[in-house]
Ligand binder design. Structure first.
Ligand code: AMP
Length: 309
């Protein structure tokens, strides 16, 4: 089945306690596409870059089955640039620079060949652009998921709420869930956010795993305790790409299958953080992914022995 993705294709410069990069390739759309390509062969991207973006990365995405007809290349303009610095805990970070460049006036044009797509992943972008993409699809896809961040809650809350009303699944981290709902308890926050539109909510808790909420049901998946965490940039996007790639590949949107999708997303995110930027996602094998999923299964597998009473 097919997956339409939207999100920034960007340059990033990252500082972590372990090192620092110059401009490297990043962007929410890039991480989502690379991650989902491990599961789904028919991907279509809507995004924009400047003339400074390397053709080699576009060729690589195409080689991984990503249709680039909806990726605009703006001559004479510069690609979106983001720079961030991680704190010692590697969970929190400061944004140092956001240069919107080509994203400032981005009009997400949907090529005719993208119509009729089965699944949609709206990566982190302005909520107005995310909404335009959904509204420009002639047929309602089987499932529309979206990611967002505190940046949009701070400057475009009304727009964000309008977009939320159109989606089925929302991915946010715990801090964002609290900001969006005004509730500290994540259970209460999930109720408030689900009343805004998405019937399903995924709350990511970084190295502490992820929670899945739907109706009265809750599922928790741990994150794999890793020896090396080098750079968390893009982990959230990689998680979302793995989740939606898995859903698109299996064509099953049941709660039970979403539990598996959470594990698929968590496994891919665990690779992402092991190297800077997209590097670790470029050389993944099916065997390595399957082995890591087995580690997740083993992590929470136990038998209770009756001792009470
Ligand atoms: P994550 O670590 O999953 O939150 O995603 C990091 C990626 O998001 C980086 O590669 C950035 O290029 C991209 N990014 C950061 N801020 C924005 C923004 N305001 N709009 C779109 N993409 C962004």
């Amino acid at each position: 089945m097919s997956l339409l993705i939207v999100g920034s294709v960007a340059f990033d410069a990252i500082e972590t306690p372990f090192g620092k990069t110059d401009k490297i390739i990043g962007g929410a759309g890039t991480f989502i596409a690379l991650s989902a390509s491990n599961y789904v062969s028919d991907q279509r991207i809507v995004s924009v870059v400047g003339e400074d973006f390397p053709q080699s990365m576009l060729d690589l995405l195409q080689a991984k089955g990503v249709n680039l007809d909806g990726l605009q290349i703006k001559q004479g303009e510069k690609t979106f640039f983001w720079s961030g610095r991680y704190h010692n805990d590697m969970n929190s970070r400061d944004t140092l620079i956001t240069e919107l460049n080509v994203l400032e006036h981005f009009d997400p044009i949907i090529p005719e060949a993208y119509q009729g797509v089965d699944y949609v992943m709206l990566g982190n972008l302005s909520p107005q652009v995310q909404r335009q993409v959904v509204e420009r699809l002639h047929e309602r896809p089987k499932l529309v998921a979206m990611d967002t961040m505190n940046f949009w809650m701070d400057i475009a809350m009304d727009d964000l709420k309008q977009t939320l009303a159109l989606v089925d699944v929302l991915f946010v981290n715990d801090e964002e869930a609290r900001q969006l709902s005004g509730e500290y308890s994540l259970v209460k926050a999930a109720k408030v956010i689900r009343a805004m539109g998405p019937h399903t909510l995924v709350i990511k808790k970084g190295e502490h795993g992820a929670l899945l909420f739907q109706d009265e049901k809750v599922f928790f998946a741990p994150a794999l305790p890793l020896e090396e965490v080098f750079d968390p940039t893009g982990a959230g996007d990689t998680f979302a790409g793995g989740f939606m790639g898995y859903i698109a590949a299996t064509g099953d949107t049941s709660f039970n299958n979403m539990k598996r999708a959470i594990i698929a997303g968590s496994a891919l995110a665990s690779f992402c953080v092991e190297k800077f930027g997209t590097e670790r996602l470029l050389d993944l094998t099916k065997e390595a992914i399957e082995a890591r999923i087995e580690q997740f299964v083993a992590l929470t597998d136990f038998d209770m022995v009756e001792t009470v009473g």
